[in-house]
Write a protein that binds this ligand. Structure first.
Ligand code: NAD
Length: 501
């Protein structure tokens, strides 16, 4: 039986009394009606072999609400012995799961998708409490998209022969999957759904600052009666991830996270030849031509960089504007920034929530300071920020140079750099001038410009006259230091299969 302590429910305590809502002057407290939809246990264990079990060494860590700095729950920290147990459980479950009639595997995934939809509200609230993202986004984007991924790959489970005509397909075995904190449940769905549809079993490690929705998903996996060991969830930090990646009995690694850790993982796997996919960082160029619909483009820019506090690998974090419209775009953008509401993630009117962790806030501050030191002009929204919690004002930099750190490095926060260009070629040269190549965007009235730019941009995803749109049917992944392989769509199945002649 689950070792999870059902009796000790954590109530999410109101914020301290010195914390006032900057718009109303009222004492700040997350909307109670939203909070009521979330059940967060005081303590969570590891999910191994279909059961919740404590870490062998008994270690735990706290997961914190970044909007209030309060501890939401204590979570088990998996050590090497727990990694062994989880991989063994996944290995044991593999033969029966991989031989199960494909349509039956699909049914389990459909069941998970429906359960997620039924409990979507609870998942959305927990995602916002644990990660800091606005409830509007977790409610309307993260959770529905996660369910959509399970539905999508459920549909593929018994059609793999049609996905790869003329080939025999076989699952790889035990997949080690490691995910970041910016879209916790969605990243879990991106990983688990295709792996299971192809007949693999899974050990998933969520990020240390946002473990709660993956653990809620473990509850649904148990409710859906998935055979024990098909999905195992290990919470912990980078050392847990490292032990998982280096485990000798895994057949595949799927990693989403920073380029630095991705490189380390690739090095660790090089000698063994374990198949791996890496979804890494980005520094997308968002290109606005002078014939673009200006007001829509400004909304696109706002969505491109301020969605999810800019904690988005494919964020449109480098704006390239054609000279003739640069003044108008920057003026309108500054005005629009003043209307963005930064604050309580559980408030439906919030546009920008809390920065995910103190460490991430410090990284954003450090990079922004470097931009000022290197001579770029800083402009920030004048909206005051809540007193407690981790917050960063919407920020833009003008007068930038291609060599500055803020233009080259991923900031992963609500910070946009702006530069101008004269010709399409100059725009493309600047766009491609970073080590990354994950995504890009183009705003123009002319189809020829869209096709010209999208062909020339070295980026895995390019949006035209929109930004940050996602669909389970479309593949996602990077060029250069943004990664290796694709997730999503038909292309997302191949990395989980042996494709035999
Ligand atoms: P991170 O690399 O620090 O951590 C990601 C995950 O890896 C976490 O679960 C962490 O515990 C684990 N980890 C850390 N060190 C490890 C090690 N040595 N071995 C194995 N696992 C280890 O990244 P982050 O800060 O959590 O996430 C932000 C990064 O993720 C950004 O760079 C962002 O661009 C990227 N990202 C990419 C995509 C994509 O699809 N390309 C999507 C989301 C986020």
């Amino acid at each position: 039986m689950a070792a999870k302590k059902k009796n000790k429910k954590a109530t999410v305590a109101p914020s301290p009394a010195d914390n006032r809502d900057f718009r109303t002057g009222e004492l700040y407290a997350p909307a109670p009606e939203a909070r009521d939809h979330a059940t967060i246990e005081a303590r969570y264990d590891l999910f191994i072999g279909g059961k919740f079990v404590p870490a062998e060494n008994g270690k735990v860590f706290a997961t914190v609400n970044p909007a209030t700095e309060e501890t939401l729950s204590e979570v088990a920290a998996a050590g090497a012995a727990d990694v062994d147990r989880a991989v063994a459980a996944a290995r044991k479950a593999f033969p029966a799961w991989s031989r199960l009639k494909a349509a039956e595997r699909g049914k389990y995934l459909f069941r998970l998708a429906r359960l997620l939809q039924e409990r979507a509200r609870e998942f959305a609230v927990i995602e916002s409490l644990d990660g800091g993202k606005p409830i509007r986004e977790s409610r309307d984007i993260d959770i529905p998209l996660a369910a959509a991924h399970f539905f999508y790959y459920a549909g593929w489970a018994d059609k793999l022969a049609y996905a790869f005509p003329g080939r025999n397909v076989a699952p790889l075995g035990v997949a080690a999957q490691i995910i970041p904190w910016n879209f916790p449940l969605l990243m879990a769905a991106w990983k688990i759904a295709p792996a299971l549809a192809c007949g693999n079993t899974v050990v998933l490690k969520p990020a240390e600052t946002t473990p709660l929705t993956a653990l809620k998903l473990a509850e649904l996996i148990a409710d859906a009666d998935l055979p024990p060991g098909v999905v195992n969830i290990l919470t912990g930090n980078g050392s847990t991830g490292d032990a998982l990646v280096r485990h000798p009995d895994i057949d595949k690694v799927a990693f989403t996270g920073s380029t630095a850790v991705g490189k380390r993982i690739q090095k660790a796997l090089a000698a063994r030849g374990t198949p791996h996919t890496l979804e890494l960082g980005g520094k997308a160029a968002h290109i606005i031509f002078d014939d673009a619909p200006i007001d829509q483009a400004v909304e696109g820019i706002v969505n491109g960089i301020f969605f999810n506090q800019g904690h988005v690998c494919c964020a449109g974090s480098r704006l390239l504007v054609q000279e003739g419209v640069a003044g108008t775009i920057i003026r309108k953008l500054k005005r629009r920034m003043e209307t963005l509401i930064v604050g309580d993630p559980l408030d439906k009117n919030t546009d920008i929530g809390a920065i995910n962790s103190r460490a991430q806030l410090e990284r954003i501050r450090e990079l922004v300071d470097s931009g000022v030191r290197e001579g770029a002009s800083l402009h920030q929204s004048a909206q005051p920020l809540p007193a407690k919690g981790y917050w960063f004002a919407p920020t833009i930099f003008t007068d930038t140079a291609q060599s500055q750190r803020i233009v080259q490095e991923e900031i992963f926060g609500p910070v946009l750099t702006i530069s101008t260009f004269r010709t399409p070629d100059e725009a493309v040269d600047k766009a491609n001038n970073t080590p990354y190549g994950l995504s890009g965007g183009v705003w123009t009235d002319k189809g020829a410009r869209i096709f010209g730019a999208t062909r020339a941009l070295r980026a895995g995803v390019v949006w035209a006259n929109t930004f940050n749109r996602f669909d389970p049917a479309s593949p996602f992944g990077g060029y250069k230091e943004s990664g290796l392989g694709r997730e999503g769509g038909l292309q997302g199945l191949a990395p989980y299969l042996h494709l035999l002649p």
